[in-house]
Design a protein around this ligand. Sequence first.
Ligand code: ZN
Length: 503
Amino acid sequence: MPEDLFGAPRPRHCRKKAARRTLETDLRTVSQRIWDIAQFEDVYRLASILENVPGPRAGRPPAYPPYIYALFLTLRGIHGSARYCAGDLQNPTVWNTLRDGITRHLGPDEARRLPATGPTRHHWQHAQRALLIPRLEQLNETFEDLALAQALRQGLLPAPTRRSWSNPQRHQLIAGDGTVAKSPTLSTTPYSLDPITGEIRRHRVDPASSWQKEGGTDPDDNTNHAVLGSKFVVFSTRHRGYFRRVFLSYRHVPHDHPGGEAAVALDLACAILDAADGCMGVLYDGALRGMHRDVIARRGRLLINKQHKGTKPRYIRTIGVGRCRHELWSNAGRVHERCFLDDGTSTLRPLPVRKLERRSSTHTHRWYHLLTVPCPRGLHEHREAVGVTTTPGERDDGHSDTETGFHRAEHLLQIPDDTAVHQSLYGGREDTEAGFSQFDRSLWNQRMIAFGAEAQSLVVPRLPPRPKRHQRRPLPRRPHLHRRRNRSHRPQQQRPKALTTKH
Ligand SMILES: [Zn+2]
């Protein structure tokens, strides 16, 4: 039997664990992270779009300049809630850490103009309503630009030089997934009536939350359960190793959105593919199907996901070479040959792929598997298109996939699952869960800390990306920060567990 390009999957017990153990020096403490944020230039770049407030209206000038709220927004990701963040900023030592960063990026005069302590939660809530939410779209766009630039700086999604389409590297791909952030409250109705006392009680309801199935889209995941929350699709990329992930983009998925999570994910993925030439493809779960694979394959990129379990084997064609006849079928995402057995039954045998071909024309791309058909009369070669469902006009009359009724993109994958290449790459999709679990744990009470899709959208982005180890600056010497930093009374917020997961 000739070798298959993608290799046979290795059994679970043979796979070696690539991750190294975390070291004490990998730890980034809360005070170090506050310093990182204060010094991180991209936060000030993000804040620059908040500056041009339209229309000079007479009135009291705001207590804090707009960039303070960009810093607050980023710091809230560390503290887990606006209340703790505002509390911490009342501490002069923490506030001075921020002033150091402001002095570095905006000059000493700007830092001197600031009040003696940071904004309160009241200031923040007003700024969120009046300053940030109206500019959510611009903030998103700027965040995506900055995040992609950061990824490129870290050597992720490198410009196309040498690349192998049949075996892309982890840092040449983006990985996406949907996650449900738990609703801040469990109430689904604004009022309830106490049956005994007759008292009417008010409840705060999150308008963005609905009952969502979690883990329901992956064919191999049997742990689906309903969660009340709002769904977000998030894309990231990373090198193998710790502290290498960069979150690239995210979007809220309204519960009545046409096409659901998959439609939002496809839009986001295509936006990244268009912006990053070095991105070779997308890792996603079974929520993306043939119609989505078709879009990505036509852009000349890979979609690496699992074949949906419900797809049944389909007849493709019979190839005839001399006196030979070989019947080709699609099964489990790749081309199989139907072999007739002595007892009158038949079985499907996968055909080894010798080469994955990518051909481009002016408007579109095509993908082919160069197959080897084993035969007692000698090996045959056959080229079969994969990943794209052709429409009338793209092939000879009557021969396009739409006319023959074969949804090729659904049945034939560019990189079939149940192969060694797929196995090693698909781990990158599963790895996105580690990012989500870290996000959940960063939130107070592990629930969403805002009401409504817009305010929640401000919670999800993670800025700044952690600095690479060799890029870290030495910390200035300073006295140990005050007691509020020691949050041992908040058991959910303890950090040590994070060390065992990848970031
Ligand atoms: Zn033959």
